[in-house]
Design a protein around this ligand. Structure first.
Ligand code: MTE
Length: 318
């Protein structure tokens, strides 16, 4: 299939190439091909100064979530992103900056008592914002540690009041090929879709992200609203969400729809279960290039392992 040639995280470069080589490659691409504006090279861009919720940042840090490593410098995490709506390269900062994130509404529908379409700023102001330091482990075997700001997904679930038969929560990214050139690539199953069980969504760790590094989320990170489920591979953490649907059917997610033999619904981090084409035993830390052993559930087993203990026969690790 055509997509076989197009997928960024199949490129072994992301496992082995030192950061300096990435940076050089980006510089070449920006200068040579002229695809990416010069602003990309300088590192992360701040969210628009006109962000109507800017006064809420920085939010108070919740110290329950501790890191075993240094935070990743924003100049690395903010300019090394996966955001296929804006291309398959890691340098999407310039392209994603053009996405209009206001006005923006989030539709909450399906098996809920209180369906609603809510303006993002009303949602953010309604929710209990806090900062959490989380690890993030991409299925491509790189990782970062980031100070997200946001609110527990459980608070949104409580607001929606799911019906008793709701078993899954499905989150979708906006769809607008006029703004997101990647969505003109018809072989991808747009919109980007991800899902959790309602039990997973109620776990303390499941976090809706509205900001990072003490400011509103910059576009390349998934403004104005993304998910962070740090015990799962990063592709579960869907960006730029505009619809959240409660359902009793397990959704077909974006990567699962493309290649179900490699990417599944659960996608929990496990160093012992290799991706079909590379090992997951180690990860490369963004910025430093340090290689670290991958941790089961990305180190969050104490919070989440119980969610899976009765799920025998499910492919929990890919
Ligand atoms: N969400 C959307 N809508 N589109 C994407 O391409 N990529 C995923 C996830 N969410 C992606 C997405 C992948 S593969 C990863 S690893 C993380 O976003 C990357 O998040 P980051 O760019 O903030 O590091």
């Amino acid at each position: 299939m055509l997509i076989k040639n197009r997928r960024g995280w199949e490129i072994p470069e992301s496992e082995a190439t030192p950061e300096s080589a990435f940076l050089n490659r980006r510089a070449l691409m920006a200068g040579g091909a002229g695809l990416i504006g010069a602003s990309v090279i300088g590192g992360a861009q701040a969210a628009s100064p006109a962000d109507p919720t800017a006064d809420l940042y920085p939010a108070k840090r919740n110290d329950r979530y501790k890191l075993d490593r240094a935070l990743t410098d924003e100049k690395f995490s903010g300019d090394y992103n996966n955001y296929y709506e804006f291309g398959t390269s890691k340098s999407v900062t310039g392209a994603a900056a053009k996405l209009k994130t206001r006005p923006w509404t989030v539709k909450i529908d399906g098996l809920v008592d209180k369906p609603v379409e809510i303006a993002i700023d009303d949602l953010i102001r309604k929710m209990p914002l806090e900062e959490r330091l989380y690890r993030h482990r991409c299925v491509e075997a790189w990782s970062m540690a980031v100070p997200w700001t946001g609110f527990p997904l459980a608070s949104l679930v409580a607001m929606a009041s799911p019906k008793a038969d709701a078993r899954y929560i499905v989150m979708q990214t906006f769809k607008d090929p006029g703004q997101a050139p990647g969505q003109k690539q018809f072989w991808y199953p747009w919109p980007y879709t991800e899902g959790l069980t309602v039990e997973e969504a109620g776990n303390d760790l499941a976090f809706m992200v509205t900001g990072v590094y003490g400011k509103p989320l910059a576009n390349q990170f998934g403004a104005p609203l993304r998910l962070a489920v740090p015990w799962k591979y990063g592709f579960k953490s869907v960006k730029a969400i505009d619809r959240i649907t409660f359902t009793n059917e397990r959704p077909k997610t974006f990567w699962e729809a493309l290649q179900s033999s490699e990417y599944g619904f659960w996608a929990n981090v496990n160093p012992e279960v290799s991706h079909p084409r590379w090992s997951q035993a180690e990860e490369r830390v963004l910025g430093t290039g340090e290689m670290r052993p991958t941790l089961l559930f990305n180190g969050y087993g104490e919070y989440v392992a119980d969610l899976y203990k009765n799920l025998k026969g499910e492919r929990l690790w890919a």
